[in-house]
Design a protein. Structure first.
Length: 460
């Protein structure tokens, strides 16, 4: 059925259409054209923009799904309609993204842009061209990706489709940088978990390539997600108490609400010697974390993190954590009982969708009884650490107020990326009788995170 060009004369919020046309540069091939209108009416004179999908990257969910398209549009201020143009995938819209190798598209895109100007004109709202002065800017899509290969695509009960991919990214140093990522289809532009990977065997780096014969393994010694390092840096606030734990032959205990790929949990266990427990909503996410991201020898349970904290605080029923390869439901009665308080609770939970973006923590976490429950399961010197992505200043101020009502002291770290903050709440004031030179834990912490953010902790 032919497409009526009058369809595009007006902006209709959230309307998404896609179709194919002959490729004017490569006549034997087709182009996929996708048009998305903003969910928000911005101005009376809507601005249209176009974006060319990098060649061979067309199957990537960022460019092939409506949710990815919407994220691209919302990250382009002032744009009311975004037109995506890319080579049409042979396997159809449901084919899976597999491999990508960056290439120089400049000449190809320049030729396409010149040939497609009449199309851009036709796909623009009538009001945009009424004065006879018309121009559709072509946006550049830039990231640091050199190549990628998808290792697996799975579907979880709660997160739906997700993929694991190995990538190589551009590096500021002479050393090549390889990563492994976990992404969800509902928010494909958002990296849920990212870790560094290294070849399992020693090779000359010139011979190593993503998707080749070389096998990679997780490197749990390094944190690459920007907000995880300041979360770990928060432990310096109770460094003397953690040191005291170790001197008594005890391991400090950490509860991580939200596991994802498990980068934070693995780091706390392998680099800092913590006994770590985790709670994750989706069992399939845990399986992926164990298989691909090095989540080993860490006790986890499958369930709702907020409900878990409430039940742990109430002690109305016995709660259990299961170690090893078997996932344990948070209400099982046949596992080992965990009955001690935690030295730190770290919260890395969010709610997200393509239209509203990411909010951390979820709105239901910003409630007094939840924070009271969390405080009750912390040790006398414990801290409550939370990754925060506030949608508004009011949200952030409300969260700060709730913390200050319940905890003795509150600290903040600005991650510096324009998005994340880390809030650290202390159950009680703790003195530091030991200097850093006498405190082996603080020395280890400084080395593990290269001293980053230790001087950025600000009391609120």
């Amino acid at each position: 059925m032919a497409l009526d060009i009058k369809t595009f004369e007006t902006i209709i919020p959230s309307r998404f259409l896609s179709f194919t046309i002959p490729n004017p540069v490569l006549p034997a091939h087709l182009l996929r054209v996708a048009v998305l209108d903003s969910p928000i009416q911005l101005t009376e004179s809507p601005q249209v923009a176009a974006l060319f999908v990098p060649q061979t990257r067309e199957p990537d969910w960022i460019f092939s799904t409506e949710s990815g398209h919407l994220q691209l549009l919302l990250s382009s201020p002032g744009i009311s309609r975004l037109i995506l143009i890319g080579n049409n995938r042979i396997n159809g819209p449901d084919s899976s993204p597999l491999t990508y190798h960056k290439r120089d598209d400049a000449q190809y895109v320049k030729s396409l842009e010149s040939s497609l100007k009449p199309l851009f004109f036709a796909l623009s709202p009538k009001v945009s061209v009424k004065d006879g002065i018309f121009d559709v800017p072509v946006l550049d899509y830039e990231d640091n990706l050199i190549c990628s290969v998808v290792l697996e695509i799975r579907a979880g009960i709660f997160v739906s489709e997700m993929l694991v991919e190995d990538i190589e990214i551009e590096s500021d140093s002479e050393l090549r940088e390889f990563r492994r990522r976990l992404r969800f289809k509902r928010m494909p532009n958002l990296v849920q978990t990212e870790i560094r990977i290294v070849p399992q065997k020693v090779f000359e780096l010139d011979r190593v390539k993503i998707g080749g014969e070389v096998k990679f393994r997780p490197d749990t010694k390094v944190l690459v997600h920007s907000y995880l390092i300041p979360m770990v840096a928060s432990l310096s606030l109770i460094g003397s108490c953690i040191e005291d734990r170790f001197r008594k032959g005890l391991k400090p205990k950490a509860l991580c609400l939200g596991v994802g790929g498990g980068a934070l949990l693995s780091f706390l266990r392998t680099q800092l010697g913590f006994e770590v427990f985790g709670v994750e909503m989706d069992e399939e996410v845990l399986r992926v974390a164990r298989q691909y991201f090095g989540l080993e020898e860490i006790q986890v349970c499958v369930g709702d993190a907020i409900e878990y904290v409430e039940k742990l605080a109430s002690r109305d029923r016995v709660l259990h954590l299961v170690s090893g390869e078997d996932n344990g439901d948070c209400n099982l009665n046949h596992a080992n009982v965990f009955d001690a308080k935690f030295d730190v609770i770290m919260v890395d939970l969010d709610s997200c969708d393509a239209r509203n973006g990411v909010i951390a923590p979820p709105l239901e976490f910003v409630k007094k009884h939840i924070l009271l429950a969390a405080r009750s399961v912390l040790s006398d010197f414990g801290i409550f650490v939370m990754n925060v992505i506030p949608p508004t200043r009011l949200f952030y101020d409300t969260l700060i107020h709730e913390f200050q009502e319940i905890f003795h002291e509150l600290y903040e770290i600005d991650v510096g990326n324009g998005e994340n903050f880390v809030l650290i709440a202390k159950v009680s004031p703790v003195s530091s009788p030991l200097s850093e030179c006498e405190n082996s834990f603080l020395q280890k912490l400084r080395i593990a995170i290269l001293g980053r953010y230790l001087d950025s902790i600000r009391k609120i």
